[in-house]
Structures are given as structure tokens and as C-alpha cells.
Design a protein around this ligand. Sequence first.
Ligand SMILES: [Zn+2]
Length: 373
Amino acid sequence: MKCYICDAAITRENYSYEHIIINAAGGRLKSRDLICKQCNSDFGEKIDNILANQLNFFANQLMIKRERGDAQPIVGKKESTNEEIRFLPDGTIIPHRPKYEETAENNHVNISMMVRDNAELKKMAASLARKHPQLKEEDIINAAVHRESYIDGYTTFNLNVGGPEVFRAVCKCAVNYFKYKKGDTKYIKPLISYIKGTEDKDIVWMHYKDNLYDLNDDECFHMLHLRGNPTERVLYCYVDYFNTYKYIILLNDSYDGDEIGSTYCFDVLNSKVIEKEFSADYNRATLLDFFINKDVQPFERVQQCFNHTMAISQRRQRENHIGKIIEEGLNNAWGKSKYPNGTIITKEMVDEAVDEIMKKMEPFILHQLKNKN
Ligand SMILES: [Zn+2]
């Protein structure tokens, strides 16, 4: 096996698992026969991470499971106050930064601070105590009040689709899949300089065409479709992340290899491969035209796709949150020390649990009603 990028032999020393769809987006399909460790790490830093940034919004909002680590937090702006808030991948929302305010008044100083967790409280209390020796770190920590609330109204985010590095990363994804399907390296060799960024080519573009596949309301997946057509002399790939970021890649325009029609579909919500019918059998002229007369106004269709995936993420976030409320309520009512394991559940215990759960559920229901429209 040779690295298809740098031609180095892939050995026990320099092999690495290349994710065909990046791990940051929850991709699981991978192979150690594609590229060497050095190339994997180079392209990871130069292009894959930029694609990962774009896809992270949904990785975060859908709370998808990745092979390594969680999705990155995302930062949005509360529309009513312009305050920056950070969305953690487990559905928790915290202020983006801690707050610290010091105002001098006659002969005293008012200090107020807002921190996001215990570690931050400890750190800020320590630095405050250093600054004002008359304050004790312990007293500051004890004076802290825990507060939880819901955020009403809109939050705005900046999202990007495409861009030169992302196009190159998407091209690498398509080539990965072609090589994974045992395609001959000679057909993708001319793309290497493009993936490396040393040559420009018009071979990747956004692809928002209707009815390429059926999509149910509760479905969200990544899709790859590789098509090799020796009659039309074309080899191309369709790459679709989260049913929202959609690309077409012209891999070769003088293809004379075997007929290929191969689809891979990965359900990101349940982390499993699924079967999907896909059809995008373009003749040569139609296909080449995608890269000449580029579709430059796909925004309305991007928005539709975005809305589909966003609706799923909102349902998932809601279910996850209700699960947390029940868990916390039960914990508060039946904490381990109070009722040891094996205690027979009585009517009183159930009432106690319902009370604790409702205490937490009520603000949530109010929040839901308030933001219904
Ligand atoms: Zn290499």
C-alpha cells in the first residue's frame, strides 16, 4: 500500500487511520490503507480543521457522538442584549466569558463577578484575594450563589458554507472514498496538487438539487455517492454532511475505468450505516456544466436544509433536557444516602420525586410556552 498523496509506502511505522468523513462530524468510516501518518496530520491541520469548524455547528447542536472527544462549543449572540453565550456539546448554555465588575464608591469598593463553574470560581476568588488582601478566598467562595435560568428569545450565529480550504477538504473526502472503494490511483493523481493547495481547479462546488434522495422529518445523515461512468468518461462524487452541506466533486473528466455506482450513508443520530436510495446520474455535459455555470444563489435551498436539521436538533435538545430534569429531580428526591439501594419504593417516595421533578420542570415548561412562537 502506498500513500496516495506522497507515494510513501504505508508501513507499520507510518500508518494512520484516515477518516473518510471527518471524525469531527461524527464520521466512522475509516481506513489505514489511504494515506501516511505525516499526510494525515498535515491535511488535518491545514484543511480538515476548517471543514470541521463549519460542520461543528450541527455536531454540537445535534449532540452527536464522535469517536474521539465531544464536539466543540459554539458561540452565539443573544439578540436582545448582544451578550455572547456559549453552547456546550451536552446542551448546556453558559456565558461566553466570566464577568467582573469593580466600582469605587466613596470609601468602599463594590465587586461583583459571575463565573461559570467551580474551578473558575476558585481561580477568580484566589486572584481577588491576592489583589485585596483583606478578602479571604474562602469567604468569597462561600458568598457565591448558584443560579440557573433559561434563555428566552433569539440567538444569532455566524455560519459559513464552502471556501477554498473546505473545497479541498471535501475533495479529499471524495478521493478517500474512491480509494476506499479500491479505485485506481491514476484517476485521482491529477487532484493531488489541488488537495495540497499548489494548484487551483474548478472541480468542487455546492450542490443543492432537489430529490436526490428521500428524507424523512426525523432523519439526519452524511452521504457519499461515487459514480464512475466510462461511457460519459466521468468520475464524480456527491458529498453531503448533515443533509445541509452538499457538494459535488469532479474527480476525473476522462475516466475509462470500471462502472461505479456506490453510496454510503451514515445516520448521525444513531451512529449507524443505513441504506438509502440515491440517484444523480448526470451525463457528461450536465455534470461539467455544474463547474462552469456555478449555482451561485443556493441560499434559499441551504436555508431549507438548515431548517430541517435545526428542527431535529431542537427536538433532540428538548428530549435530552427533559431527561436531565428527571434525573436531577430523582437525585434530589432520592439521593443515595437517603434511600439506600434496595429500598422498596413507597407512595410517599414517588410523591417526593414528582415534587422535585416538577420544581425543575415548571420553569422549563414556562420557557417553552414563552418561546413557542
Ligand atoms: Zn503521505
